[in-house]
Write a protein that binds this ligand. Structure first.
Ligand code: NAP
Ligand code: G4F
Length: 350
């Protein structure tokens, strides 16, 4: 049987890597867009699945490109003509979007438009199924008990606002040009491959270092903010299921439970047998080791955002019903998986 061809924008990121791995295991030929970088570091996640480009019959092919370049988007779609296009490329850091709002909008909003236009210009409306990486950040802070596909959006950052354009233009091209274009509205999902400056990975990497050195301070922002944290491995399967669904549509993927940054810290330090307790409020809060009384965590104003989404909880019942998708990994198992992986990584490198 002819192998399916997938194109992934953002293949060098957490989700791109995990999705590529998943699709290769499903016997796809995977093409990915990578940005030119001055070092090899940006493709480090892909090292385990990449073979030299001169090896015959390989499943993974990388192409230099940038989604903010419309000519490139047109050319790659013309050359690859993918059955499935997973658009994951983004300036995905919410705090950085306040520092780089224009850049964030141009990559996240226009990048999506460039790829949708490339499908249309190359007359691939009937051939290429399009997945857009929408975000729970589009909702803003939780008002009711949970957020689903019908909850009104109320973006609270340049990142969330840029993702809303991306969400609506995907819907618009679905309705106007009959492109199979679906939005995933994904709540936070983490893994051992999570970017090092997102809060979960920042914590687990610190815990791994502290486990060995027994010293140092972790500086963080708002410890009270709550997120619905799932495992990225479960979510890339959800992306694939969204694209396999007979009809293009929008789906929330989440766990339905939320935990604070403080909860994450407690659980992560528990993995190295430290009971961490907290004292103080806001940017004066500290976390210390109950046994030794050493201060390990400090909340500082520097990491606070100009506007904060205080809580997010997703209702994934539509995905459960129509896609038969549900998250398999629970919060505690996720924290443990990330801490164990970082401990192993730290010990190998030091
Ligand atoms: P990530 O680790 O930050 O990866 C982002 C990817 O986009 C990287 O491969 C990056 O390349 C690439 N990229 C950035 N700007 C680009 C450009 N102009 N042209 C081409 N590629 C570009 O993000 P992630 O966690 O995997 O998330 C994947 C997508 O899902 C993003 O769109 C994110 O906004 C969205 N999302 C994520 C979550 C989550 O919790 N992880 C939740 C909801 C939605 P470099 O490696 O070169 O930087
Ligand atoms: O890990 P975060 O930076 O993730 P955030 O802002 O929720 O965004 C992630 O999830 C979104 C889905 O909801 C994605 F769309 C987006 O692309 C990204 O993947 O921050 C989580 C929480 C925030 O409330 C933040 O204020 O942790 C708080 N936090 C506290 N101290 C911190 C820190 N966040 C970071 N990055 N660094 C800190 O030192």
């Amino acid at each position: 049987m002819k192998k399916k061809i997938a194109l992934i924008s953002g293949i060098t990121g957490q989700d791109g890597f995990l999705l590529a791995k998943f699709l290769i295991e499903k016997n796809y030929i995977v093409h990915g867009i990578k940005r030119r970088s001055s070092s090899l570091h940006s493709t480090v996640r892909l090292d385990t699945i990449y073979q030299d480009k001169f090896v015959k019959n390989q499943s993974l092919h990388l192409h230099y490109g940038d989604v903010s370049d419309p000519a490139f988007c047109c050319r790659i779609l013309k050359d690859i003509k993918p059955d499935e296009l997973y658009h994951l490329a983004a300036q995905s850091h919410v705090a950085i979007s306040f520092e780089l709002p224009h850049y964030t909008a141009s990559v996240n909003s226009l990048g999506t438009l460039n790829l949708l236009e490339a499908i249309r210009i190359n007359s691939l409306e009937k051939k290429t199924r399009f997945y857009n990486a929408g975000s729970s950040e589009m909702y803003g802070s939780l008002k009711g008990s949970s957020q689903n596909e019908k909850t009104p959006f109320c973006p609270q950052s340049p990142y969330a606002t840029s993702k809303l354009f991306s969400y609506w233009i995907t819907k618009n091209y679905r309705e106007s040009y009959k492109i199979f274009a679906s939005n995933g509205i994904l709540f936070n999902h983490e893994s051992y491959s999570r970017g090092e400056t997102f809060v979960t990975r920042k914590i687990t990497m610190f815990v791994a270092k502290y486990n060995k050195l027994k010293k140092g301070t972790l500086y963080l922002g708002n410890l009270s903010s709550k997120r619905d944290w799932g495992f990225a491995g479960d979510y890339v399967q959800g992306m694939w299921k969204i694209i396999q669904h007979p009809k293009a549509d929008d789906f929330v993927l989440a766990t339905g439970k939320s935990y604070s940054v403080r909860d994450f810290l407690r659980e992560a330090f528990k993995c190295i047998n430290i009971e961490i307790v907290f004292k103080g409020k806001g940017s004066k809060e500290i976390g210390f080791d109950l046994k030794t009384k050493k201060i390990i965590v400090k909340s500082i104003a520097h990491y606070y955002r100009p506007n904060e989404v205080t809580n997010l909880i997703g209702d994934y019942s539509k995905a459960k019903k129509l896609l038969k998708w549900k998250p398999k990994t629970k919060f505690k198992a996720l924290v443990k998986m990330m801490v164990s992986s970082d401990i192993k990584g730290y010990l190998q490198q030091n």
